[in-house]
Design a protein around this ligand. Structure first.
Ligand code: LLP
Length: 375
């Protein structure tokens, strides 16, 4: 097999989905949508479809992928601050379940395009709750300073506008505060915020909110992935069950990406060279930030294993593990203990099933890595 490549464990993906579903069913009206931006591999999306999940999409291409993999259009949510006319028309013609609307101009364009093709668009208003998810700045989305959502001060006007527009059907409210969230306190805060907002909206005379979407964001254990392959869904869903007051019959939507897909994928690479730099040894592997950009972009931790060295029970040694790309940030880890590295060793970078392949690039004219399904 030509390295580097992604290797997916579909059995773990299915078990993770089932674990999430088992906890979600304790919440009346709960529906899980797989955030396919985390992993849009057709085999995985098909598994999610067969398990009855919906999808959270952020482009027309993702919508097409989900439909071709069997996710019913009405279970597709479409978010993003920059939906193009082509994408909006594609989503309207497909009959998706909901547009998560991020601005007034976008709402007006959706109405206009829906009118042009004789459709009515289901929409939810994405509210920016100004809640700190306590995660890395690049993956925090629910603060006033972020580009996402509509600030509270405009929410009532936008809902009134949605009711006035003839080709728009107002369904409810959408939120997403950030990603890789491990402390559940921000979700408790979000639930209480939604409770207050629902009261305020009803006081404004708006009583037709049928859908609440709390987004995604549940984090995974990047440090000890083998010990904790399935995230703590019980605590996550309990944060909402114990704190969110839904109205009778209201739907509750979740958009989980990383929590479902991260641990199911690993990036397999080979050691090219080991070189001695001043004061540290550097292991150069044939995967780089082109295949997995998370360490370079978010200083993310991914556990690395020297599979060959471990199999041969070689002694441990300290390395910086870097890729071949001409960028100083092309570093997977510094000062990690690994079984002695030699040229040709097989290396696994764990927890790479989410935002791994989907963020890969062709920089340095490198081809995209293959994705291999391990059945
Ligand atoms: N819903 C919305 C509206 C989102 O923007 C996102 C992720 C999700 C759901 C799914 O979030 P998750 O459950 O996967 O945390 N590339 C970054 C993560 C970016 C997340 C973007 N939005 C990373 O590698 O950490």
């Amino acid at each position: 097999m030509i390295t580097p490549y992604y290797l997916y464990d579909t059995s773990l993906f299915s078990r993770t989905i089932e674990a999430a579903k088992a906890e979600a069913t304790t919440l009346p009206g709960a529906q899980i949508h797989f955030a396919v931006k985390s992993n849009s591999n057709p085999t995985l999306v098909t598994i999610a479809a067969k398990a009855g999940l919906g999808a959270d999409c952020v482009s027309g291409y993702e919508i097409e992928r989900c439909i071709s993999c069997g996710i019913p259009a009405e279970k597709i949510m479409y978010a993003g601050v920059g939906k193009t006319d082509r994408e909006i028309l594609l989503a309207l013609n497909a009959g998706i379940g909901c547009f998560n609307v991020e601005s007034i101009p976008e709402l007006e364009v959706i109405n206009h395009l829906a009118a042009s093709c004789g459709k009515v668009a289901n929409i939810a208003i994405r509210v920016n709750p100004n809640i700190d998810a306590g995660t890395h700045a690049n993956i925090t989305t629910g603060l006033d300073e972020n580009k996402f959502g509509i600030p509270l001060i405009q929410v009532f006007d936008v809902i009134h506008l949605a009711h006035k527009l003839k080709n728009i059907r107002y369904l409810g409210l959408h939120f997403h505060i950030g990603s890789q969230v491990l402390d559940m306190t921000p979700y408790v805060h979000l639930s209480r915020y939604i409770n207050k907002l629902q009261n305020m909206i009803e006081a404004e005379g708006i009583t037709d909110t049928v859908s609440i979407n709390v987004g995604g964001g549940l984090g995974v254990d990047y440090v000890n992935p083998e010990a904790n392959p399935i995230p703590d869904f019980k605590t996550y869903f309990s944060a909402f069950k114990d704190n969110l007051n839904l109205r009778p019959g209201q739907e509750l939507h979740f958009e989980l990406g990383r929590a479902l897909s991260a641990q199911c994928g690993r990036l397999i690479a080979r050691c090219l060279y080991v070189k001695q730099a001043v004061g540290h040894d550097i292991a150069i592997i044939d995967a780089g930030m082109t295949e997995l950009i998370r360490p370079a972009l978010y200083q993310a931790i991914h556990k690395i294993i020297n599979i060959t060295g471990r199999n041969e029970q070689r002694p441990l040694h300290t390395y910086d593990v870097v890729g071949p790309i001409c960028e100083s940030s092309d570093v997977f880890a510094t000062q990690v203990r690994l079984h002695e590295m030699r040229r040709g060793d097989e290396i696994a970078i764990l927890s790479a099933g989410a935002y791994g392949f989907t963020m890969a690039s062709n920089y340095n004219m490198r081809p995209l890595p293959q994705e291999i399904i391990d059945n």
